[in-house]
Design a protein. Sequence first.
Length: 562
Amino acid sequence: MLTLRRGEQLRARLNAACRRYLSVKAEPKAVAVADAEYTAEPEYPVIRDLSYKSRKLQTAAEWHEQIRQLPTVEEKMIKVNMPRYYGYKVVDLNDNKIPYNALPLTQHYTRTVLEELPTPQAKTEDKKDDLDATVKMARDDIIEALEYAHDVYKHQLQLMATPPDAVKREQQLTQIIVELVNRSALQVLSADYGHLNEVEIDYNPRHEAFWAVGGVDPPKNVVKSKEGRPWQKDDAHDSCDRLVQYTGQPYLALRHRHQLPTWKSPEESENLTLAQQLPRFKIDARTLGYSTKYQHAVNVPGYWPSANAPNFGMLSFQSRAHLQLRPKSCGERDDLEALHALAIQSSYAWLLAQANYHGFNTYNEVTYPWNTQTVITNGREWSFYEYQLNTLLVHGAYVDTNPRVNFCRGTAPQPLYAEISTEGKCVDFNDNTLRQLLELYIRAPSIQRTADELLPYVGGPALRRAADYENAEQREFLEHTFKHLASKRPRHLELPEVYMWEKIYKIDNKTRALEARRRFFERDINPWRRTLDQHDKVYVPKAERPGGRKNREGRFKKTYYP
């Protein structure tokens, strides 16, 4: 009876509150609100779409927001990898292989508009005399560097037991030429251009980037899986996201503590019409010859996260030795498009990895543009490119709705010299090619931003890197986990495998009904659903436990997964 009376009292109070709520007049200005619990206008909760597709989108949006809210760069990258213990299935983009007709796929995957690079005379007409004087001053040093590079390489070939193949031979010679030309250019220009004294030089750095691309047709197994589920049957043929991992190693890269100036205005960068005119490569990338692999998401721009390092890429030198592996039937036009594709994907990946160290990623948009310059060369032929990164959102519905686009402008290959004669002299040196090369060095990084502008999604001044945590155990855990993921080492236990006899006798045909069910597929365990934190913790011996030998709560080391 006491419970019944209490329920009646609650019901009476609720009815009274409803009557007071409904008695509010229509005009909010004439209402005198006596209590902060009530409002002049009714406030209704948000009506959510409870369909399966909407709930999946809402879950993804919440995950992206969780990544954005994390305070440090390392935690953000660990959070991206949390859903997969064994890594993601990614499309393998690299600088060693550019298949036939790769430019449309590259433009779609990076949301990039390709333009032609203006000539130095058109861009610097007022300073043409100064540029010509600089070229004249650097000409002899560059020629001497080229001749010396060939002599050094000829000496190296004599010391080799077995001569390398054509690709390796071109890479070795180009490496020597690029290093000597870069050293000569810095020596000549540093006195007049002070920013060159502050650059950081990376030799054969590691450039890797991870991102998600939308607007791709689903694979057959995904379609078949969705068609077998009533709640997903209608969406079986909808486009899906593909994950991409770029891996590259340029000959040389220059970094500076300031950003390069932009050459596209915000109005030009936000053009939905231009974005909708970009090529759409919806079919699987494997149809072109790209491969797929399983690995964790990795973003490395050639250095580890640091508050004091020069964090902005100024110039990188890429290899074009992969053109020797392409069939001659591809033709000169497709070889040129292959160079454009390499410039786009290498520039986009390098800038994405740099932006990742500032708190941005493929799910959290950049708040300011990023610029870099790229050179593709074999020592004799040189191609020059400029790239401006305006957006990272290329996944899901952003493929059709994102108004921002990225821009790349470049040139066709130009010879720096014709050949090196038998006497070791440079023949038919091209001053125009040298002029364009020196212009990339002369362009000074001039954009300076405050810490709040540079790192809007990273914690405050006291907490931006894992090294900023006061807890030593937490610092070590985050640092170790971040670098272990970046190392791409395989797990000590391989991914469980379904053997062929099990596929035949246990899955397709139920012929072993009396056998004990111990395998993962017999126990409804999906190995790909295993998250990054699902593993045995490190045991702490009794003598090393902080609370004493009898502290059972301290048997295992703490984990600090985001």
